[in-house]
Design a protein around this ligand. Structure first.
Ligand SMILES: Cc1cc2nc3c(=O)[nH]c(=O)nc-3n(C[C@H](O)[C@H](O)[C@H](O)COP(=O)(O)OP(=O)(O)OC[C@H]3O[C@@H](n4cnc5c(N)ncnc54)[C@H](O)[C@@H]3O)c2cc1C
Length: 357
C-alpha cells in the first residue's frame, strides 16, 4: 500500500514510490506522525510484486501528454532537483546531462511544455542528428538510484517526520481501516490494484521491462531513443561507483518476471549503438532483471471514494496506475491525492501544533 492516515496516526498508504510520496506530502504538511505506511514489501526488499526498486531511473519525455501528466512532470522535476540541491549525494539523485532521440511520433506538445522548465533545454539542429532520428532534445535531467532512493525516503520519513512503517499483507483494502481511528486510506497498491479485494480494477495491467545492470564508469550521461516499437535507454546510477542501467522494453500486458538472454543481447546491441562510451569499453554485466510497470487503461487513477467501514464514514483515496513514470510523476500525483481530502486534513493538528500543546 501507499500511505494510511490514522487518527492516533490519521492516514495510511503503501511503500512503493507512490505511497512514499503520499507520506512525504503529508509529512511536509506537518502530519508525519499521523501517517502509517502499511505494506507487504518495504524499501530494501526485492520482489516481482514490488516494482519500484526495478526502475531505471530517470526523468524523461516518456510520460503522457495530457494536462495531468504535464503538471505532474513539472512538479516532479522541481521536487527532485530541489532535493538534489539540498541533500546532494545523500539523496541518491543526480543532475545528469541527457539527450533524447525520436525516430518518429515526436510528442511536440509535451516537449514544448517541458522546454519551459527543464534546465539547459536545447533542440538539437538537424545536422547533429544520427541516422534515422527525426528529432532530438538535450537538457539536464535527474537520474536516481531507485532502490537507494527508496531507502533514503524511508529513513527520512521515519527518522525526521515520525512516519510509522508496518510490514503487513492486507487481505483487502478495508483491512487498512481496522483501527477505528483511521479516517483516510490512500490506496497505492500498484499492480495489485487489479486483484486487491475492494478495488479489483479490471483496467490495470502490467507493462514488462527487462533491464541490464552493468558497470561502465565512463558512461556519465543519460541517453534515450524512442522508436516506433521499441525504447532504448542508458541511465547512469548515482552513488553506485560507475554502474548504469541499460534498457529496455515496454511490453504491454506481459506479467512475466523471468529474464531472457536474447533480450539482454538486444539491449546491449542497441545501447552500444547509442553511446560510444559503451561500444569502446565493453560494459561488465552485473545483473539482469525484469520489472512490471503498473499500467492502467485510461491512465493513472487518483480518486476519492466515500466508504462506510464498521458503520463509520471514511475516505479511501485511490492513487495507482503510474505505469513507467512513478518516480517522475509520483510527487505531483501525491499532491493531487492529498488535496482530495483537504477538508479532513485541515481539521487535524499538525505535529508542530501538537508539540506546542
Ligand atoms: C524496468 C522499469 C524501468 C522504469 N523506469 C522508470 C523511470 O526511469 N522513471 C520513472 O519515473 N519510473 C520508472 N519506472 C516506473 C516505476 O518504477 C513505477 O511507476 C513505480 O515503481 C510504481 O510504484 P507503485 O508504488 O505504484 O508500485 P510498487 O512499487 O509495486 O509498490 C506497491 C506497494 O504496495 C504494496 N502492496 C500491494 N498490495 C498489497 C497488499 N495486499 N497488502 C500490503 N501491501 C500491498 C506492496 O508491498 C508495495 O509496497 C520503471 C519501471 C520499470 C519496471
Amino acid at each position: 500500500m501507499g500511505a494510511i492516515c490514522n487518527s492516533a496516526t490519521d492516514n495510511y498508504a503503501s511503500a512503493g514510490i507512490i505511497g512514499l510520496n503520499v507520506a512525504l506530502v503529508l509529512a511536509e504538511r506537518g502530519l508525519g506522525s499521523r501517517v502509517m505506511v502499511i505494506a507487504e514489501h518495504l524499501p530494501g526488499d526485492t520482489s516481482i510484486k514490488y516494482t519500484s526498486p526495478w526502475a531505471g531511473c530517470n526523468f524523461s519525455a516518456i510520460s503522457g501528454s495530457d494536462a495531468n501528466a504535464l503538471r505532474w512532470d513539472r512538479l516532479g522535476y522541481a521536487q527532485l532537483t530541489r532535493l538534489e540541491s539540498l541533500e546532494g549525494e545523500k539523496s541518491y539523485i543526480k543532475r545528469t546531462p541527457s539527450t533524447e532521440f525520436w525516430d518518429e511520433d515526436v510528442p511536440h506538445d509535451k516537449i514544448r511544455a517541458m522546454s519551459e522548465y527543464l534546465e539547459d533545454f536545447r533542440i538539437l539542429p538537424s545536422g547533429e542528428l544520427p541516422k534515422g532520428v527525426k528529432f532530438a532534445v538535450s537538457f539536464t535531467t535527474v537520474t536516481l538510484n531507485a532502490p537507494k532512493y527508496l531507502e533514503y525516503l524511508h529513513r527520512r520519513l521515519r527518522d525526521q517526520h515520525g512516519v510509522h512503517f508496518v510490514r503487513q499483507r492486507l487481505s483487502d483494502i478495508y483491512a487498512a481501516f481496522s483501527d477505528n481511528n483511521t479516517r483516510i486510506v490512500f490506496n497505492c497498491s500498484g499492480n495489485e490494484a487489479k486483484t486487491l479485494g475492494g478495488v479489483e480494477d479490471e483496467k490495470c495491467y502490467p507493462t514488462r521491462g527487462q533491464v541490464v545492470l552493468a558497470r561502465a564508469p565512463g558512461m556519465r550521461r543519460n541517453v534515450m531513443r524512442h522508436g516506433k516499437d521499441y525504447v532504448t535507454y542508458i541511465i547512469p546510477r548515482p552513488g553506485s561507483n560507475g554502474n548504469v542501467i541499460l534498457g529496455g522494453y515496454l511490453q504491454k500486458g506481459n506479467g512475466d518476471g523471468s529474464t531472457y538472454s536474447y533480450e539482454t543481447e538486444s539491449i546491449l546491441d542497441r545501447t552500444k549503438k547509442l553511446a560510444l562510451e559503451l561500444s569502446e569499453n565493453e560494459p561488465e554485466i552485473l545483473a539482469v532483471v525484469a520489472g512490471l510497470r503498473p499500467s492502467r487503461e485510461g491512465g493513472t487513477r487518483i480518486q476519492r471514494e466515500h466508504v462506510i467501514v464498521h458503520g463509520l464514514e471514511r475516505s479511501l483515496v485511490h492513487n495507482y496506475g503510474a505505469g513507467g513514470t512513478g518516480f517522475q510523476a509520483g510527487y505531483g500525483m501525491a499532491i493531487d491525492a492529498v488535496q482530495s481530502v483537504d477538508d479532513i486534513l485541515s481539521t487535524l493538528k499538525s505535529d508542530k501544533l501538537r508539540l506546542k500543546l
